[in-house]
Design a protein around this ligand. Structure first.
Ligand code: ADP
Length: 171
């Protein structure tokens, strides 16, 4: 684990994001908030069906979440207060600017909720196919250009060794 002093502390961590103690956990969600695979499934499996239920209710009321946008639910049985469901782009179909937007909107939502910590997975690098290098570059750019009022800790949680190495190099 390495910490990088910044406007907020950025902490790169290897492992499972559902084990991280942060006020908000960001989920790499799809537009329908249908949490069937990847990190989304891990969050619902551990946090409980309540998260999927609240997600379904959100979709019923507001319709699908656009790429680059976020929706919030509680975190069920997880230690976090909220799950910020961020919809990243699909590699080759939707552009990097949508990934930048999804990351920035997640930070803005955490600020709006006056949270002091947030944990990000490598959004769009699983089922959605983005290379880790691109996600790492965009994340570090967005964090660099963000001035938080409330956030003190931003965790980036990488599920495998390769992802961790690439993010470590970028950050
Ligand atoms: P997307 O559809 O946005 O690509 P995925 O959930 O498929 O979302 O993958 C996003 C990233 O999350 C991938 O790098 C994947 O390895 C990682 N991941 C999967 N499960 C977990 C977990 N439990 N904790 C942290 N990261 C995870």
């Amino acid at each position: 684990m390495k910490t990088y002093p910044f406007k907020a502390n950025i902490i790169l961590q290897k492992g499972d994001i559902t084990d991280v103690s942060a006020d908000a956990i960001v989920n790499a969600a799809n537009s329908y908030l249908s949490h069937g695979g990847g990190v989304a499934y891990a969050i619902v499996r551990k946090g409980g069906y309540q998260i999927q239920k609240e997600s379904d209710e959100y979709i019923r009321l507001h319709g699908p979440v656009k790429t680059g946008e976020v929706a919030v639910t509680t975190a069920g049985k997880l230690k976090a207060k909220y799950i910020i469901h961020a919809v990243g782009p699909i590699f080759g179909i939707e552009g990097e600017e949508k990934l930048e937007l999804a990351i920035r909107k997640s930070l803005e939502k955490a600020e709006e909720l006056k949270l002091s910590s947030i944990a990000f997975p490598a959004i769009s690098t699983g089922i959605y196919g983005y290379p880790y290098e691109i996600c790492a570059r965009i994340m570090s750019d967005v964090f660099l250009n963000f001035s938080p009022n409330y956030l003190k800790e931003i965790y980036v949680v990488l599920y495998d060794e390769k992802a961790y190495r690439i993010f470590e190099e970028e950050f």
